[in-house]
Design a protein around this ligand. Sequence first.
Ligand code: BTN
Length: 268
Amino acid sequence: MLKNALSAREIREKLTTKVLGQEILLYPVTDSTNLQLRQAAEKGAPTGLCIIAKEQTAGRGRLGRSFLSPPKNGIYMSVLLRPEIKLEQAALITPAVAVCVAQAIEAIAECQVTIKWVNDLFVREKKVCGILTETVLRPADQQLAYLVIGIGINLSDEGIPEAIKEIAGGILPTGETPPDRNQLIAEILNRMEDVLLPLQPDHFLPEYRSRSNLIGCPVTVFQNDIPQESGVAIDIDDSARLVLRLDSGEIKHLGSGEVSCRKTEKRD
Ligand code: BTN
């Protein structure tokens, strides 16, 4: 078997978890692992279920965008979590997962990972990973029912269309042997279990801040692709909101939306 071939058995052998990834479903191709996991959750699937696909035909990104998911070259995985946390704390999940994935990538590949608030991981100034956390509420009390945490990683830039090669890349430079995907998935799940159960902000927010490639940057804030305001990113607060000093001098804590760094003038 190819070193890089995905295998649920090989992933399980490398796990040190008690919950996450104890059940793994591996599909050759599916529409979206987030969508599949959501359907499984509605039928009562247990916390920790992990769905992985070798290829997605309708990968979903943040803000209603699509996430290109070609075969061979990526990791497309979703993890179900039924955590006992308040709805307000759900905003901490994506930053916590971003730190886990950054550490896991660095553990298996020679590279340095930075994080662009809130959910994008960068290597050599190109986006290599996106995280999409979907929150589902209980109809009865509007509290958290479960979370679907989706992670998409490019291993190399093979399959990335020319049109976006300036902003998206792979963990490893072109031509280098891709890392063992089973090992990378296990490293991610092992770290996620330690950091998400239980969720303690001081266990991951300091590292999230220190990996930030936005702090200190002049930025523009976009809503629905329309520039709204500009300023400088100065911090990430304890609720994982981006702290901005706007050009007007006002300090703003941004909980959602999209921000681009005007130093690099690249948007993903
Ligand atoms: C983003 O960059 O906006 C987030 C992308 C998240 C992509 C992953 S791939 C696995 C999971 N399934 C999906 O449909 N999306 C997430």
